[in-house]
Ligand binder design. Structure first.
Ligand code: MN3
Length: 205
């Protein structure tokens, strides 16, 4: 049984950047629906007890095409939103340090250049999707974007996402309307680098 990530902050905790109604709808309706639909599909596929990262990395093992699509879309929606909501915080650590910061500087040049790259990927994702900073076991970093509820795991890259920028319109449209770039710019103000560092340690340990 896959458990939806429960918010450690109130639905208005991310205001003024993410309004309470958006958090309530996004987490309480969209994310909850992905979780329920994943559990239904994984049960039918006999995969209800798998680790979600292993499940997304082995979608080709699900023979029924409709079931495979259901697990891909809802498993991605489940996993991606667990990551998204767990790396946002009302009291974020504003910059990374240690091994992650060193690798960011080595790979992208600087934090500002990383932010510019992620922002461009998020703004440039046509239609619904995500932008990511990901790592592999060796500690290498990758910035990328994915359509729909895909992610670097289901895409078979060998990388695991550390932070997620949701650019589905349901993530920002109530407040930002068509101004996706403004939402992306503001999102960095509530992105908790302590959570991202913990993800980097988990993936590279
Ligand atoms: Mn979403």
């Amino acid at each position: 049984m896959f458990q939806q990530y429960q918010l450690p902050y109130a639905s208005d905790g991310l205001e003024p950047i993410i309004d309470a109604l958006t958090v309530e709808t996004h987490h309480g309706k969209h994310h909850a629906a992905y979780t329920k639909n994943l559990n239904d599909a994984a049960e039918k596929a006999g995969k209800a007890d798998m680790d979600i990262e292993e499940l997304l990395a082995s979608l080709d093992k699900i023979e029924d095409p409709a079931l495979r699509t259901a697990v891909r879309n809802n498993g991605g929606g489940y996993y991606n939103h667990n990551l998204y909501f767990s790396t946002l915080s009302p009291t974020p650590k504003m910059v990374p340090e240690g091994a992650l910061l060193a690798k960011i500087n080595e790979t992208f040049g600087s934090m500002d250049e990383l932010k510019a790259k992620l922002s461009a990927l998020a703004a440039g994702q046509f239609g619904s999707g995500w932008a990511w900073l990901s790592a592999n076991k060796a500690g290498d970093l990758m910035a990328s974007a994915s359509p729909n509820q895909d992610n670097p795991i289901s895409e078979g890259t060998g990388f695991v996402p550390l932070l997620a920028i949701d650019v589905w319109e349901h993530a920002y449209y109530l407040k930002y309307r068509n101004l996706r770039a403004d939402y992306i710019k503001d999102l960095f103000e509530i992105l908790d680098w302590a959570a991202v560092e913990a993800n980097y340690q988990r993936v590279t340990k």
